[in-house]
Design a protein around this ligand. Sequence first.
Ligand code: TTP
Ligand code: MG
Length: 358
Amino acid sequence: MESNRKIIHIDMDAFFASIEQRDNPSLRGKPIAVGSPDPRGVVATASYEARKYGIHSAMASQLAKKKCPGLIFVKPHFDVYKEVSRQIQSIFSEYTDLVEPLSLDEAFLDVTYHKKGRPSATLIALEIKQRILDTTKLTASAGVSFNKFLAKVASDIKKPNGIFVVTPADANTFISNLEIEKFFGVGKVTAEKFHRIGIRTGQDLQKLERMDLIRLFGKTGNYYYDIARGIDNRPVNPTYIRKSIGTEETFDQDFSDLTTLNGKLNEIGEELWVRMDKRKTFGKTLTLKIKYADFEQNTRSKTFQSFITQKEQMKSTAMELLLNCKNELFRGVRLLGLTFSNLNTESTDDAIQLTIEF
Ligand code: TTP
Ligand code: MG
């Protein structure tokens, strides 16, 4: 097991909600949700007081209200969130240049070689937490380990305002006892798939052969096989490379007829093409995302040997993907999205290939 790196994952606690409570004392200690209370609104995040009622990110606001009638909805202030994000990034950069932000409120730091001469990664993480608190009056949680997977999972263990360290000696026990849904990269759907075949913990996962996992999950099977053994050699990548570009639209009513949905998909396609064009980017894979009225979500993809360089090809592929779902549309569709991935900007190999094709 490669175990000589020191990786920290920092994640702010209830990020948007904590900022709103910081900036408006009357919200402190109360169950709040950042988001719109509108019939079609969703919760972006909930304060810890609200989480006690089972409220979480992406929950429909209506349901959240039912669970907690006293819930206070607060409008987001994205400019403030971005400013706090800049402040924490600047603290990170005092310790290392190997910082990979995952979103506004979280980042990986590789501190194997760092700028401050501290004797341990745990000390650095504690110091960063304190610096964040002093600068922003907000708490963060930290995970410390020897790779990204373990650091990411660890930062969640002692939330809020916690720190958890997984050393090489602890790793195997830690993973064995970890519930499958806590694995970084395992979403709800994958977790259910694992549950169906009796896999609930890391220990269960370790019993599967690499080939079993590849059969079940394709390429990602390799990743699951490795992380079940604490292996994750992905570097902390300071220049974040965009892996996909997408557009989606939540409608203000649910649609179930193919003609209307085709029209909507056409508009989404136009928008996506503008975004691709701005970045001079092409993709080989097009993914259609459908969210139904009952909030269940499905994706369908098609991958081509070469890049999709014609708008009409993108549009006809999108319609084809939608047509594949036509027997489900009666459920009512509340959201459609289109995403390009396998982009020509991802690796130089592909870029070269693209030049040849042109
Ligand atoms: P998270 O770090 O996932 O959540 P959090 O910081 O609110 O709470 P935790 O203490 O569990 O880390 O996301 C960071 C912010 O991103 C969150 O405050 C709001 C926003 N967000 C959304 O807008 N929609 C979402 O579905 C999620 C998960 C987050
Ligand atoms: Mg967070």
